[in-house]
Write a protein that binds this ligand. Structure first.
Ligand SMILES: Cc1cc2nc3c(=O)[nH]c(=O)nc-3n(C[C@H](O)[C@H](O)[C@H](O)COP(=O)(O)O)c2cc1C
Length: 358
């Protein structure tokens, strides 16, 4: 679970000249912008009419991710980068407009495990039949529709093609965004597991992915928790991992190649690595206390080793001189202790890289 901002696309579906949709979309954006700032949400307005999507003309099924046309690749990138959607939709003939159905059909995994909320408008039913229709379709794509909704009866709400001010509608719009953000956060672990670059982790249901500066909060918590044991056995609190600020963690996450393993949004362990001259430095190997002894640390260590650049000659790592549990793990993985103990009480261990990996 990273702390990066939540990106919400606001999709205006109608494309007719003189349509009411843009006015509804504009009201929504103006109304929820202050809440979006408070919630760390980036609102991205998108008019489906501006995408120039013809009726679906890709040869392959969208689940293949094979897109021949530039318009599909562009749409895929926009949806992929989003964490959630608010659809501003009219009701056409008791259903959703064809523009929305077409835009949904173009893609597949880009939609998965993201919340979708609806602002509908229409005559007698205020567009709610359009929303019911859309809900059946979006669940097939693993989009998660919200319970919160805004439904606007055109006859009551408009004057000269514009929306009349309505405090209750404003409150409903803000409530929709609020629920969307909460669901987007809750679904983030589901999305991360499915995202490119993530691979299955060593424990059932776990996954591993590169950590970035956006993960600094979780990393800070993990290392403060894990290095307390090191402080106790080595009888010192002069351990950088215990003291680093959020900004310092952010900085090193940008400079090191770090892998984290996750389960349901919880960071279970991590390891970082980088090249220094011809050495491959590995460090900050950490596993949450309740899951130690299950092979997670060994798995992370091997991943860090496997990432060593081909011309590196050896792997170097440091641990507390009295951290016997760590030292035993490293010895069992083929590391040898260097004779000297560092002035800060650390032991250095090294392992030559196999020729094939150099
Ligand atoms: C093709 C078409 C079908 C419509 N069908 C319905 C309908 O089933 N129910 C309804 O309440 N309004 C319906 N309307 C009226 C629309 O709600 C109203 O025209 C609205 O402004 C359409 O949204 P737009 O202006 O953004 O295109 C329909 C309008 C059009 C153009």
């Amino acid at each position: 679970m990273s702390t990066k901002s939540t990106r919400v696309l606001v999709l205006t579906c109608s494309t007719r000249p003189g349509a009411l949709g843009p006015a509804v979309g504009q009201w929504l954006i103006e109304t929820i912008t202050p809440s979006a700032a408070r919630l760390g949400v980036e609102l991205v307005p998108v008019a489906l009419g501006d995408l120039n999507l013809p009726f679906l003309n890709e040869e392959e099924h969208p689940s293949s991710g094979v897109y021949r046309h530039e318009h599909t690749r562009r749409w895929s990138a926009i949806v992929d980068a989003a964490d959630g959607f608010i659809v501003v939709t009219p009701e056409y003939n008791y259903g959703m407009p064809a523009t929305l159905k077409n835009a949904l059909d173009y893609l597949s995994r880009e939609w998965a495990w993201k919340p979708i909320g609806f602002v509908s408008y229409g005559n007698t039913s205020a567009g709610t039949r359009s929303v019911q229709h859309a809900k059946q379709v979006v669940t097939t794509l693993r989009l998660v529709p919200l319970g919160a909704t805004v439904a606007i009866r055109i006859g009551d709400a408009t004057e000269n093609g514009r929306l009349r001010p309505d405090a209750a509608r404003d409150t409903a719009g803000v409530g929709l965004l609020d629920e969307l953000v909460r669901v987007a956060h809750a679904l983030r672990p589901m999305r991360e597991r499915a995202r490119a670059g993530a691979l299955s982790g060593p424990l059932p249901g776990s996954y591993a992915r590169p950590l970035t500066p956006d993960d600094a909060a979780e990393v800070t918590v993990l290392q403060r928790c894990c290095w307390v044991d090191e402080a106790v056995v080595n009888d010192t609190t002069a351990i950088p991992a215990l003291h680093e600020s959020l900004q310092e963690v952010r900085d090193w996450l940008a400079a090191w190649r770090t892998t984290g393993t996750w389960l349901d949004g919880r960071l279970l362990g991590m390891v970082r690595a980088r090249r220094v001259d011809t050495d491959w430095h590995v460090g900050r190997l950490a596993v949450v206390p309740d899951l130690r002894g299950q092979g997670l640390g060994r798995w992370l260590l091997r991943r860090a080793e496997a990432a060593a650049q081909p011309d590196c000659r050896r792997i170097l790592l440091y641990t507390g001189a009295k951290s016997q549990r760590n030292i035993d793990l490293y010895h069992s993985e083929g590391y040898q202790s260097m004779p000297l103990v560092g002035p800060d009480g650390t032991a250095c261990l090294t392992k030559g890289l196999p020729v094939g990996q150099r």
